[in-house]
Design a protein around this ligand. Structure first.
Ligand code: GDP
Ligand code: MG
Length: 669
């Protein structure tokens, strides 16, 4: 391929089953860091990038088992393959479950797009003592076959060359299934051959035999042809049985024959069942939940216990000690005006510093979640919690978005796309904001340290527990009312346990931390300036001399009565909550600016403003009161304005009711 002439680049699609390593290979070939995870349903949207050599545009599609348009992943892949038609396909197959990959291959061949086969995870195949005869496979399918290990980068250099060769060679030869079924397919093929639908005929023929409604519509066949096709299908079914079933069977028998010749699995079974052995323990009827709880507790302990606090405190004293002192000296040296010094130190630095100092804790949380995920444990966790979630009318697939919600609601809401059932999706999206996201963590840390120094971890844990518990209660209530419907079955494949690849775990942790830092540097930065301004100026824009003259104080005083029944009816809390609507991190940064104190001093400063009860109520309210703007916008984008408003109303009313009850009952006691 010469690529000197300008023009659109050839697009090459990465297609394969979920979890076969598409994104890993995509990253290796393009040098990007896409999100790699050891479970189904990580990539929902397709993503594209230039290959390193600049020759192709590589497209990472979501994982599929067959080419049919049912779940969202399938629709994305199906539409891209059929309607946008990449110039070539890299069909990636997990060597440890090669049959499934070959089954998909037979369908991909029907698309009449140039294709190469890449067998991945060869390191695991070899470790299990197996082998795959790529030459024989290649001869039988008449396609180039490469054996690689995407994770270790073995043999991936050959891939793009193979693509170039196959692009010149053209689309693959069709394979022949058993004669009874192949003859029928050929008959259908001949009937539709003149329909000029722009879709590959072999593919359409198979779909017609499966009686796929969508293809019937897409093909726009004349009544006469439709009749003839139906005749052929019916006569086949009378003789042999359901067309779709027969086709599936025939394809599997074909794959079986292929594998008999070309795939050697080892006799030594010990290694291949290591995953099963682990699963016997981890998904055991009695042990599963305790192990899950222990894993979560461990993450919690690492994040909020000694290690997390130590690192956070260290970073904080660096920012507000060393760094702040140097900055002050610097400003003095340049003799900047007083107001500017105040803006920089009391506004920007207080605001951003207060948020950034929680970075270590957030990094630990993300690191643990990424590790568990890459290990393959998260998929088990979804499996374990499935039964339980079913009672809420949700499927186990909901567990993963919920756990992602511990990090940030926005990607978690996007992850609900992996659910086939739209009701479940809506319900899950409504419940995710109740899961306490990492942006709320600074609030808990601050208040727990100030008011419950002896029981910090316990108090914070109670926030998470209350969030989950409310999600459950509300889930049940929604199921009884809005989403009364039957449950979809949950089919999830458990991926093999894999040693996490450290670089990809670190990458995904860094990616998520980067998001946090960017937010601190942009949104929180602006908010800190605004809050500083509102605190320092009067409505007539002169510098406030007494604190109660400032704009903020007037605004806060107006809002405060709303929160008096909840225990924190002071103007500073109201303003902090107001800014928290934009981003939850802003609650702490706002307080820091309002009290004009760094974190360490901030704990001291707020002690006089709350009682332990009202402090707890404040934390509780922050946990529940509303998804932040970006989460609401995501719900709107995914499900529509109505659901985004529903989410805001649901959260706020729940927050108000629950906090009200806790404060009033607490006060009585
Ligand atoms: P995708 O769902 O197809 O995009 O798959 P991913 O790229 O997210 O990878 C799924 C899992 O397989 C991750 O845990 C990867 O680290 C792992 N993986 C990918 N390639 C290899 C490989 O060549 N060998 C082994 N042992 N694991 C791999
Ligand atoms: Mg992927």
């Amino acid at each position: 391929m010469k690529k000197s002439n300008a023009g659109p680049l050839d697009s090459v699609a990465l297609v394969g089953n979920p979890n076969c390593g598409k994104t890993t290979l995509f990253n290796a070939l393009t040098g990007m860091n896409g999100y790699v995870g050891n479970r189904a349903g990580v990539t929902v949207e397709k993503k594209s990038a230039l290959t390193r050599d600049g020759c192709f545009e590589l497209v990472d599609l979501p994982g599929i088992y067959s080419i049919s348009p049912y779940s969202l992943e399938e629709i994305t892949a199906h539409d891209y393959l059929l309607h946008e038609r990449p110039r070539a396909i890299i069909n990636i197959i997990d060597g440890t479950s090669i049959e499934r990959g070959l089954y998909l291959t037979l369908q991909l061949i029907e698309l009449e797009i140039p294709m190469i086969i890449v067998i991945n995870m060869m390191d695991e195949v070899k470790a299990r003592g197996g082998s795959i005869d790529t030459i024989r496979l290649s001869q039988r399918l008449d396609l180039p076959v490469a054996a690689i290990s995407a994770r270790n980068g073995d043999n991936i250099d050959s891939i793009l060359n193979a693509v170039k060769i196959v692009l010149e060679k053209g689309s693959p030869n069709q394979i022949s299934l058993e004669s009874s079924i192949q003859n029928t397919l050929n008959k259908i093929y001949a009937l539709i051959y003149n329909s000029r639908c722009g879709l590959p005929y072999s593919f359409c023929a198979s779909k017609l035999l499966e009686k796929d409604k969508k293809i019937m519509a897409d093909l726009c066949l004349s009544d006469e042809i439709t009749l003839k096709v139906n005749e052929v299908v019916n006569s086949f079914e009378q003789k042999t049985g359901d067309g779709e079933m027969c086709l599936i069977d025939a394809r599997y028998r074909y794959v079986e024959r292929l594998c008999r010749d070309a795939v050697h699995k080892s006799e030594g079974i010990q290694k291949s069942t290591l995953s099963e052995q682990i699963d016997n323990i981890v998904t055991n009827k009695y042990l599963a939940l305790p192990i899950l709880a222990a894993a979560m507790a461990l993450i919690f302990f690492l994040t909020f216990g000694a290690i997390g606090s130590l690192l956070s405190n260290a970073l904080e004293s660096f920012i507000f000690g060393f760094f702040s002192d140097r900055l002050r000296l610097c400003l003095d040296w340049f003799a900047v005006p007083k107001w500017l010094e105040s803006l920089v130190l009391d506004g920007i630095l207080s605001g951003i510093g207060a948020v950034i100092s929680f970075l270590p804790q957030i990094a630990i949380l993300f690191l643990c979640l990424s590790l568990l995920e890459d290990l393959g444990y998260m998929a088990r966790a979804a499996f374990i919690t499935d039964k339980f979630l079913q009672r809420l009318g949700l499927s186990g697939k909901c567990f993963i978005p919920m756990i992602m919600g511990l990090g940030c609601s926005t990607p978690a809401i996007m992850a609900t796309r992996t659910q086939e059932n739209i009701c479940q999706r809506k319900e899950c999206a409504l419940l995710i904001p109740f899961v306490s996201c990492s942006a709320k963590l600074p609030i808990y840390s601050l208040f727990a340290k100030a008011f419950f120094p002896k029981h910090q971890a316990l108090v914070i844990l109670s926030m998470y527990a209350i969030g989950f518990a409310l999600a459950i209660v509300i889930g049940l209530a929604l199921k009884k009312t809005v989403f009364a419907q039957s449950n979809a079955a949950f089919i999830m494949e458990l991926p093999a346990y894999r040693l996490p690849k450290i670089s990809s775990v670190l990458k995904s942790t860094l990616d998520r931390c980067r998001g946090f830092i960017v937010k601190a540097g942009t949104l929180i930065f602006l908010m800190s300036i605004v809050i500083w301004f509102l605190r320092s100026f009067t409505p007539s824009l002169s510098i406030a001399t007494a604190p109660n003259e400032s704009i903020f104080s007037l605004l806060g005083t107006a809002l405060a009565p709303l929160f008096t029944p909840l225990g924190f009816g002071d103007s500073k809390s109201s303003i902090a909550l107001l800014s928290g609507l934009v981003a939850k991190e802003a609650v702490v940064s706002t307080m820091s600016v309002l009290y004009g104190a760094s974190n360490a001093a901030l704990s001291g400063a707020i002690v006089s403003s709350y009682t332990p009860l009202s402090a707890y109520c404040f934390m509780l309210f922050c946990l529940l009161y509303s998804p932040c703007i970006s989460a609401l916008a995501t719900i709107r984008k995914e499900l529509g304005l109505r659901w985004s408003l529903a989410s805001a109303v649901l959260s706020f009313s729940t927050a108000y009711l629950v906090t009200f009850a806790v404060y009033q009952i607490g006060s009585l006691l």
